[in-house]
Design a protein around this ligand. Structure first.
Ligand SMILES: [Mg+2]
Length: 240
């Protein structure tokens, strides 16, 4: 059995800024601050990490707790529903549909979104039901850890079949670095804010311009053992 773990933002869909706007408002409501979003790069970061960076930047004198998430998650449904530029990325639905019909694959999520946020975005996209499990920003602020959580949950679902290989598909260098640190085979897709050359520079096992056409990604995941995996597995931390 092969596990395929998808990132959400920039990989399966674009929320058109719904998450950013919701977090912005939550910070306004909870702390009375208006973060300068141009100073923060969101891509590939987990929700807890983004929140931590904003808190540090503005010298907020307390650890953000569940109350900030509660405000964020009270705003997000409406933002996701109304977001005019929300779109499912080309090829994503086709690839997910194809993989979920293949008994050799089990698909899940590896996303920095907290689980409720992830599900809201996927529900608008009509994709949520394809992903029976995942690792989320609500599991860990550390992307390597949340990928490991996804692998553990996927392995439990796959049992008694053994998991032979784990793929992480994402649009940022962080997906590649943390996927590799978690022992996964990494596929970079240049449909977010990073170009193909920039992603190739991080050394993913495969880099593609997009999920359409899905042939190259499907062929890669269906092919046999890849050279060099032994050297990668067991690494203690993310790459440079
Ligand atoms: Mg992403």
């Amino acid at each position: 059995m092969r596990l395929v773990l998808f990132d959400i933002d920039g990989t399966l869909l674009l929320s058109g800024g719904a998450g950013t706007r919701s977090l912005y408002r939550a910070f306004q409501v909870r702390y009375g601050i208006e973060p300068d979003w141009t100073a923060i790069r969101f891509d590939g970061k987990t929700d807890p990490l983004i929140i931590q960076e904003i808190v540090s930047m503005y010298g907020v004198d307390e650890e953000p707790g569940q109350d900030l998430y509660d405000i964020y998650l009270s705003i997000l449904p409406d933002e996701v529903r109304r977001s005019p530029n929300f779109q499912v990325l080309a090829g994503a639905r086709e690839l997910v549909t194809q993989l979920s019909a293949d008994p050799g694959f089990l698909i899940g999520l590896a996303t920095g979104n907290v689980e409720t946020g992830a599900r809201l975005k996927l529900e608008r996209a009509g994709l949520s039901s394809y992903f029976p499990f995942g690792g989320y920003g609500s599991d860990s602020g550390d992307r390597t850890e949340l990928i490991r959580t996804a692998v553990r949950r996927g392995s439990e679902l796959a049992a008694p079949q053994a998991v032979d290989e784990v793929f992480v598909i994402g649009d940022t260098p962080r997906d590649v670095q943390h996927g590799r640190a978690a022992g996964a085979t990494t596929i970079a897709v240049a449909t977010g804010h990073y170009g193909l050359d920039e992603l190739r520079g991080c050394g993913p096992d495969l880099a593609v311009a997009g999920l359409q056409p899905m042939g190259p990604v499907l062929d890669f995941m269906s092919s046999g053992s890849r050279t060099g995996r032994e050297a990668v597995e067991g690494e203690a931390g993310p790459g440079p």
